[in-house]
Design a protein around this ligand. Structure first.
Ligand code: ATR
Length: 308
């Protein structure tokens, strides 16, 4: 008991308070990310989880502001609903239509989306840049949406969205293509194309980047993958699975068995947190810090380091 009490000694009258709102929040790794970052970067802050019901989100934001809460992360199911309670929303987050990070400013919170930033940094850690590349995204839900818009921001060469429900794939493609049209850049206004899950013969041959953005293959359903057909995987040179438990998903195994490289979603989780922390604290988190954070995060996620 005494040990536990001494570990909170660093909380003082000056300590800045941050937190996560969502429902549920019991299994979140975000407190570990941010409290570890605070220790590693020597910042005077604490980060706590708050379970908030959807009908209470407005009160929660006003209350957090009144309590001088310096920043919030937002998770399922509030990433869209919270937006009406903010003073403004960053342009990329507005394009995606969801926020996961709130930064306190004079007069209210500003919303950002660090999911796309986390994915970008996780891919870059593997030497993968999306610019000009052929990309296939599996899924058309919230996670796939961040990935598809990242492809637009990074000016990918072509993007195929494969989803069980082709209506959802079509609608996501329309949203991204419409965004590109509004931006008026040189990117192909038909960047995203919807495909059914069995239409892999329409993908370019070889050297395609695949981003697995469904929950299929998540523990305990470790033997499942959205697509298991060889002709799909022979086209893939790199696969990123947003699932991180298990650390080697069936999708990742299929990519590597066909000669590609693959990574799990834990770095995306870490870097979306790092990006939020950087926005809040106005600092750059160094590789030296993330190199120390990552093993701690894999341990907490129940991933052995040699698998991560
Ligand atoms: P998230 O916010 O994590 O993306 P979501 O919005 O519920 O979660 O989206 C889940 C995605 O996983 C969807 O693309 C879903 O496909 P449908 O749009 O057809 O529902 C996909 N998904 C979930 N279970 C699946 C399964 N058993 N087979 C294929 N796709 C599945």
């Amino acid at each position: 008991m005494e040990d536990k009490m001494t570990s909170y000694d660093h909380i003082k009258g000056t300590t800045a308070v941050y937190g996560l709102i969502g429902d549920p929040v019991e299994h979140t790794l975000s407190p570990l990310i941010h409290n570890t970052l605070a220790g590693l970067t020597g910042q005077d802050l604490v980060y706590v989880p708050w379970r908030v019901r959807s009908e209470d989100v407005g009160d929660c934001i006003r209350g957090a502001y009144a309590l001088n809460v310096q920043g919030l992360n937002v998770t399922v199911p509030h990433k869209i609903g919270v937006m009406e309670h903010l003073t403004s929303v960053d342009e990329k987050a507005a394009a995606i239509g969801a926020v996961n990070t709130l930064v306190r400013t004079e007069g209210g919170y500003v919303g950002y989306n660090t999911d796309h930033m986390g994915l970008k940094r996780a891919l870059e850690a593997d030497g993968i840049m999306l610019t000009g590349r052929d990309v296939v995204i599996l899924g058309a839900g919230g996670a796939a949406r961040a990935a598809a818009f990242l492809c637009a921001f990074e000016q990918a060469g072509s993007v195929y969205i494969m989803n069980r429900s082709t209506d959802k794939a079509r609608s996501l493609c329309e949203d991204v293509n419409e965004y590109i049209k509004r931006q008026g850049t040189s990117v192909d206004v038909e960047l995203c194309k919807p495909l059914a899950l069995d239409a892999f013969d329409e993908l370019p041959a070889g050297d395609v980047i695949a981003i697995q953005a469904t929950s299929v293959g998540l523990y305990p359903h470790v033997d499942e993958a959205v697509i298991t057909d060889d002709p799909f995987y022979t086209r893939i040179s790199y696969g990123y699975d947003m699932v991180y438990k298990p650390a080697k998903t069936r999708f990742m195994k299929l990519v590597t068995e066909h000669g590609g490289r693959a990574s799990c979603g834990l770095k995306m989780l870490m870097y979306q947190g790092v990006a939020a922390y950087e926005l809040w604290r106005g600092i750059d988190v160094s590789d030296n810090v993330t190199d120390r954070l990552y093993p701690k995060l894999s341990g907490a996620a129940g991933i052995r380091e040699d698998q991560a």
